[in-house]
Structure formats: C-alpha cells, structure tokens
Design a protein around this ligand. Structure first.
Ligand SMILES: Nc1ncnc2c1ncn2[C@@H]1O[C@H](COP(=O)(O)OP(=O)(O)OP(=O)(O)O)[C@@H](O)[C@H]1O
Ligand SMILES: [Mg+2]
Length: 266
C-alpha cells in the first residue's frame, strides 16, 4: 500500500469515526437495563417506563434484546412483518421490524425479537450498531431490554448505550449478580446511572441501602396482572390502584429532565 492510499484510508476512517460520534451525541438517547439475575423485572420496567415516557410526549422505541427468551412481542398492538432477530440475521430490513403499542391517545414503538432457538440462521449482534445509529435519529430514546447474565448479547448493547441502569431485586442472589454486572462495567470503564431496585416490599432497602440507587419500585400485583395480559399499568382502568404507577411517572420525569433534555419533543 502506498503512502497516499494509506493517508486516504486514514481520512476515510476519520470520517467514519466522526460520523459515528456525531450520531452518538446527537438525537435520541440509548438507555439499557442489564440485570445479572433473570426475572428481576427488566422487561416490566422497560415497557412501563416506555408507556410513561410516551405519555409525556416522548418518541420511544423499545428494543427486545433477549434473543433467548424474548417477551416484548406480548405487548404489541400492531405487529411488524419481521423481528429484530431477522434483522440481525440479515433476513429483514430495519423498517420491517418495528411495531406499535397504543396507550391512551398515544403510542410507542417496539422492535420485538424471535427466540434464536426457533431461528435457523446465526445472528450478528454487531449489526445492532448500524440499527441504533439510524434509529437514534428518529426517537427521543431507545430503551434496550437485554437478556439476563453477562454474555456478549448483553455486553455489546450495554457498550452502545448512553445510559445504563442495573436492575435488581433487593434479595441476596440478585444483589450478588448485580454486583458482578457493576464490576464488569467498572473494569470496562462504562458509567452506570444507578440501580433500579424492583419488587420492593416494605420501606427499607436491605442489600442496596448503601448503594447508588436511581429508583425503587414497589412490588405491585396490578403490574404483574397487567404484564401477564400484555399490558402496562398505564393501560389498566384500575391503574389508579397500581402502587408502581407513580414510580414509573417519577422515573420518566427524571429521565426526561436529566438525560433527554435536548430531545425535540416535549
Ligand atoms: N414491581 C413488580 N411487582 C410485581 N411483579 C413484578 C414487578 N416487576 C416485575 N414483576 C413480575 O415479575 C416477573 C418477571 O418480570 P420480567 O419478565 O420483567 O423480568 P426480566 O428481568 O425481564 O426477566 P428475564 O431475565 O427472564 O428477561 C413477571 O411476571 C412480572 O410481571
Ligand atoms: Mg425480560
């Protein structure tokens, strides 16, 4: 390779990097919710927070990144032709994988996934970078709902996120796994905004009392019932009875004012 073609390659790389940084710092924010332990409420938090943000006028996209046991499709009112799994497997275009969830007089968008157990082809998680770069220009925020654990399918999207919240329940096994996620973030120099401690019974935190806690969400039988029906607490006519509803509203207020302040909608 000549010195000239090397210099041209260098300029090309510079252009790609500056385009990437432009997209990273402009447009919507990417927010992810890793957990360590499974079943602590990542999906419940993502979908209820999406509804709360949409009701505040934000343009929201939820992306289901749990490619083993996806759940987000349960909430769809308008299903897309294909899923994110198809997109990452090179079987669909991005615009074909976005569906809708209606809530009151508004909606938020959802990119559901299909389990790789049922999917014949391999997925390329690195294609997520292209998807996120493009989608950030269309939404105020992208909420990423990952699988539990610390696999590359969790770590790669976390790396692409502007803001990371570690989700846990206030019980020892979940706390221990959340600490492993925290350690991995710290050794990888990835900031996190705090823990979201879910399904809390009582007024005192036990394991997270001395930690950086962004939000506490109470145990809520109404949320559980709504979740099983593929709905959020904001859909339910009995939503006023839901103890978690005001916590999601508060979280949406804080996320909007702290992290989405430059977004275009109100
Ligand atoms: N605050 C809450 N109160 C009561 N039930 C809850 C609460 N949050 C979540 N749940 C229930 O706990 C179960 C697990 O929640 P969810 O599927 O959101 O967890 P997850 O972390 O996404 O799980 P996975 O790791 O398998 O993806 C669901 O039945 C959900 O309805
Ligand atoms: Mg989940």
């Amino acid at each position: 390779m000549t010195a000239e073609s090397l210099a041209e390659l260098g300029r090309k790389l510079d252009r790609i990097v500056s385009e990437y940084l432009k997209l990273r710092y402009q447009g919507g924010k990417v927010i992810s919710f890793p957990s360590g332990k499974g079943g602590v409420g990542k999906t419940a938090i993502t979908i209820n927070l999406a509804a709360a943000l949409a009701l505040k006028g934000k343009r929201v996209l939820v992306m289901d990144l749990n490619f083993a046991l996806p759940n987000i499709h349960m909430f769809l009112d308008e299903a897309p032709e294909a899923t994110l799994t198809h997109y990452l497997g090179g079987e669909a275009e991005l615009d074909e994988v976005i569906g809708k969830v209606f809530v009151k007089d508004t909606h938020f968008d959802v990119a559901p996934s299909e389990s790789i157990v049922d999917f014949k082809k391999k997925i390329n998680i690195e294609k997520l970078n292209d998807a996120i770069s493009l989608l950030k220009t269309r939404y105020d925020c992208l909420l990423l709902d990952p699988a539990p654990g610390l696999s590359k399918y969790v770590f790669y999207p976390v790396r692409l996120s502007d803001h990371v919240f570690i989700v846990s329940a206030d019980v020892r096994p979940a706390y221990m796994d959340a600490m492993k996620v925290l350690k991995l973030l710290e050794t990888s120099k990835i900031n996190h905004e705090g823990f979201i401690v879910n399904m809390v019974r009582g007024s005192e935190l036990k394991y997270f009392a001395a930690m950086n806690v962004f939000a506490v969400i109470p145990y809520d039988g109404h949320l559980k019932k709504a979740f099983l029906a593929g709905r959020t607490v904001f859909h339910s006519k009995m939503g006023f009875l839901s103890p978690s509803k005001k916590y999601f509203e508060k979280m949406a207020d804080e996320i909007s004012s702290t992290f989405l302040s430059n977004s275009q909608s109100t």
